[in-house]
Every structure is written in C-alpha cells, then in structure tokens.
Design a protein around this ligand. Structure first.
Ligand code: XMP
Length: 533
C-alpha cells in the first residue's frame, strides 16, 4: 500500500463509508463505472485490487461485494484471482463477466472458451424469477464483452437467464451469490441500473449512506486526525481538482495548510492574477504566488521537441515547488513541521487496471509534483482519489467554491508550451494567449463552454500566404480545437455552429497580430489526442 492508500483507508473509517459495496477489481475496463453507478444510488463504494487481503475488505464492513470483469481467462497462468474466502464473508456477492467466471470456476463449476466471442449487444431471456431481476421484463437487451463462458454450474447454483450463445445469469439464492455474464453498469444494458439497485438494496440491504455532505464531513474528519500537529502544503494548478483538494484540507486544518501557485509563464490570459484573486479573496485560502516565468521561459529557449519541453517544465516545476516547500519547512523551526503534501489526484489518474497486479504495483505518478526529491519527507493527502471529475465538481459546489473554478476546462500541466508547436518563445506564447482568449470568449458567448470538455487554440509552426488590405502577408496559423468527452480517454470533435466558427476566425485574424489563417481541428481521439503535443 502506498502512503496515499493509507490515507484512503483512514478516510474510509469515517462516516458514510461503512456498509457500502466493495468492488474487487480484476482489471476490467468498466470497474470504475461499477463503483460510480453504486455511488449514484447514494451508497458508498470503494474499489480494491482483487489481491486485497480479507482484512482490508472487512475494514469497510461491506454490505456486499462486486467482483468486476476483466480481460483474462480463468485458465490463464497469471489469471487474476482473489482470496476465495471473499465468498464466505457472509455478504452477498455479484460477479460480473470475469467475476462470474472466476466465482463459478472457483466453486467447482466449469468455464469454456466460447465458439465466438460475444461482444456488443445481445438479448437476455430470463427463464426463472430472481431477486436480481425483480420487477424487470423477461427479455432484456444487454451489453456483452466476453470470450469464455460458464457451462457447468457449481452445486447449489441455477441458471436465471441465457443469451443465444451463453448462460448469462446465475444464482445461488441460498448463499446470495449471483453472476452475470454481461455488464449491467454500461448504459447500453436495458435496466442495468435496476439490476444493480436490486443487488444493492434488495439483496444486500445497503442503506443510502453516501452523499456530498457526508463525504465532506468524513474526509475532513479523517484529514484532521491524520494531520494533527503538522502542517501541509499543496501545489495549486488553478484547476478544479487541486482547488477542491485544497479547500477540503483547509476546512480540516485551517491555516496549517499553505498553497503554492506557480506562474510558469505558460498560463492562459490573465490566469495567474485572476486565479490568485479567486483563491485568496473568494475562497480565503492561504496561497503563495510564485512568479517563476523567467526561469521556465529561459529553460525552454531553443527547445522544439515536445517530450523535451514536457520534461524541462516538469523538472523546473519540481525545483520551484521544492524550494518553496523547503522555505516553509525552515520557517517551521519551533513551530509545526510540514509533513503532508496535498494532491488533487482523481480516480482516473490513479490506475489503468494496474491494481490487478497487486498492491506492490507502481502507481503511475501522473502529477507534476510526483517526482519530488527524496529529502522531502512528505506523506500524501489525496482526498479525491476515489472520485471522477464530475463528482469532484459536485463536492466543490457543496464546499462553496466559485463556479468559475468548478466549470473551468482541464488544462495540461505543461500549459501553453504544448500548444505552441515548436519553440515556446515569449512572442509565440503571447500570440497564442490572445488567440486562445478569443476562442474561449466566443465559446462562452455562444453558451457552449459548459457543454464541452475543452475549447482552446493551438499555434502551428506553419506560415502561409494571405492578403490583408492591399498587401501580401506571410503569417501564422491558429488551429481551433473543441472537443466533447466524458473522461478524456476518448473524445469527439465538437460540431461548432458555423456562425461561431466564423466569429472566432474573423476575430482572431483581426485581433491577433501576425495571424492570417484559422483552421478547425476535426479529429477525434483515438486516433488523435486532445492536445497537439
Ligand atoms: P490527451 O492530449 O492525451 O489529453 O488526449 C487528455 C487530457 O489530459 C490533459 N493533459 C494533461 N493534464 N498534465 C495534465 O495534468 C499533462 O501533462 C497533460 N497532458 C494532457 C489534456 O488537456 C486532456 O484534457
């Protein structure tokens, strides 16, 4: 367990996290979605790796267990497994896809390779009633994604329903163990939410114990206990995640939290001053603003390779932050030591199915401050590790954070440097900053800002010929990128109305010196990415 994992466990002792549902992760692409669907029912859910110890699961005093799907076959040599005693905890269990295969195989049933992989939509025909499907029609459209399927059931089990191709739902009502071959958590499954609701409430008897206020109260209490007699620091990025994390910690330990906000010279139009005002004025956070733009821009001089740019910025950020942290620690002589580092890590940042490899697997250090020098003895406080961005926005709203911060589009750590293709010189950054401000202003004016994931400008390393007035120009090109997305793993380009495109284009060419051409990026992710570098 990482130290942050320990923090998570501490917070799980707090109100609202008992008698929820524990999801054991076998590496499925929808594991996060299962947990989220449970929380949407106002029931707490935590995801643990399938390798979690039985005591770790017991700490949550779960009302039920869900075994997630996963890409493996139960017969593979390194197929993920969980402690078989999980099936004897005395709480109901629902195995989904691989989770169903694992539990039937484990209890003495037989699993077999299917003739063909069932992927996508299928029809489920129920052949007997079950508490899991109570109140639902006898035929349901479901979403499948599996290769193997169950052929022989363990003792005490019977089939509840089938698709053309496979046994699709089984149960042992006596033991309250259920399995479904399909994915009730995805929206393409008819009545998926009801199936999960039946499991959570009717079968497990879970109570509604999860809401924003409860999460805040529980987390604040846990942080307060954990950080007793110590101070903490937080690197703010100006975005929603770090702001919400800081606000939570500030609520717990008041001005024993100091925030650091670094101006890298790569921020958007007026972003440094505006964000400082918001955080200090409206939120009352203690924030040290560090203008380090000279340092960053100096180091970036002459560098055009995207990866080099990212590395330079990452390293410089760590140095600036470490210097500020040291200063703070030194001023603590006689006072309280700085022992904690607050990060706004979200669930999608934490794992990409890494957890199935077990607690020893390295969790990718996604954040800018992930690589702090070893002589800085901080433990992590990551109060948002279980949550998705929209859940974080909800928590922020409950905490009273200004809407300007909550609805702000995500912004990459390396800032505008990855949107100025080629060298991120002072001049080119300024060109991009002005163009970007136009894009954002017009997107807001059209009422689109809050509907899309991101909207921004990119300055291309391409010049082209134009004509302005009576003269020939040879100017820069701005690409406009507007995307829709749920979690940034995939994204689609936004169909902007032509009048908005027209206004953006006209304004950029008229208002941004040196730019004579505007193009609109119509690529989706995959195969493109959202950012250009
Ligand atoms: P891509 O370009 O990979 O980006 O499709 C996915 C999402 O992540 C953001 N992004 C970053 N965020 N540090 C961050 O905190 C980074 O280095 C970084 N690079 C990309 C990007 O803006 C998009 O929302």
């Amino acid at each position: 367990m990482t130290e942050s994992g320990a923090v998570l466990q501490k917070s799980s002792e707090a109100v609202g996290t008992r008698r929820g549902i524990v999801v054991l992760d076998f590496g499925g692409q929808y594991t996060q979605l299962i947990a989220r669907r449970i929380r949407e029912q106002e029931v707490f859910s935590a995801i643990l790796p399938c390798t979690a110890g039985i005591d770790e699961v017991r700490k949550y005093e779960p009302a039920g267990l869900v075994l997630s799907g996963g890409p493996s076959s139960v017969y593979e040599k390194d197929a993920p497994v969980c402690d078989p005693r999980m099936l004897d905890l005395g709480v109901p269990v629902l195995g989904i896809c691989y989770g169903m295969q694992w539990l039937t195989y484990n209890l003495g049933g037989r699993v077999e390779r299917a003739d063909r992989r069932e992927y996508g939509r299928a029809q489920l025909e129920l052949e007997r009633s079950s508490a899991l499907f109570a109140g639902l029609p006898g035929t349901l459209k479901i979403w499948n994604s599996h290769g193997d399927h169950v052929v022989d059931l363990p003792e005490g089990f019977h089939v509840i329903g089938r698709t053309d191709n496979a046994v699709a739902a089984v149960e042992n009502p006596h033991r309250k163990v259920f399995g479904v071959e399909f994915h009730p958590e995805v929206q393409h499954t008819d009545h998926g939410a009801e199936i999960l609701r039946n499991f959570i409430f009717e079968i497990c008897g879970a109570e509604k114990n999860w809401n924003r206020a409860g999460f805040i109260a529980g987390t604040v209490a846990a942080i307060r206990r954990q950080a007793e007699g110590a101070r903490a620091i937080c690197a703010l990025s100006g975005g929603v995640d770090s702001a919400v994390a800081a606000a939570l910690v500030a609520r717990a330990i008041g001005d024993r939290l100091t925030n650091v906000f670094v101006d890298t010279g790569l921020l958007r139009w007026n972003e440094f001053a505006d964000t400082l005002d918001l955080l200090r004025g409206r939120l009352g956070l203690k924030v040290i603003g560090v203008d380090a733009s000279e340092r960053f821009l100096g180091k970036l001089q002459g560098v055009t390779d995207p990866e080099k740019k990212r590395k330079i910025i990452g390293n410089e950020f760590i140095q600036v932050f470490a210097e500020e942290a040291r200063k703070l620690t030194q001023t603590a002589s006689g006072g309280l030591p700085v022992r904690f580092l607050v990060q706004g890590t979200l669930y999608p940042d934490v794992i990409e199915s890494v957890s199935v490899k077990g607690p020893s697997a390295v969790i990718k250090s996604h954040h800018n401050v992930g690589g702090l020098p070893a002589d800085m003895p901080f433990s992590l406080i990551e109060p948002l590790r279980d949550l998705f961005k929209d859940e974080v926005r909800g928590i922020g709203r409950e905490l009273g954070l200004p809407e300007e911060i909550l609805v702000k589009h995500p912004f990459p750590g390396p800032g505008l440097a990855v949107r100025v293709l080629g060298e991120a010189s002072r001049d080119r950054l300024e060109t991009l900053r002005v163009a970007d401000a136009v894009v954002v202003e017009e997107i807001r004016r059209a009422g689109i800002y809050e509907k899309v994931w991101q909207a921004f400008a990119v300055l291309l390393p391409v010049r082209s010929v134009g004509v302005m007035g009576d003269g020939r120009t040879y100017g820069d090109t701005i690409a406009v990128r507007v995307v829709e997305s749920i979690d940034a793993m995939t994204a689609d380009w936004y169909r902007l109305p032509v009048d908005v495109l027209e206004r953006i284009s006209t304004r950029i060419v008229n208002e941004v010196p040196g730019v004579n051409r505007v193009v609109y990026d119509i690529s989706s992710k995959p195969p493109s990415t959202i950012e250009w570098e």
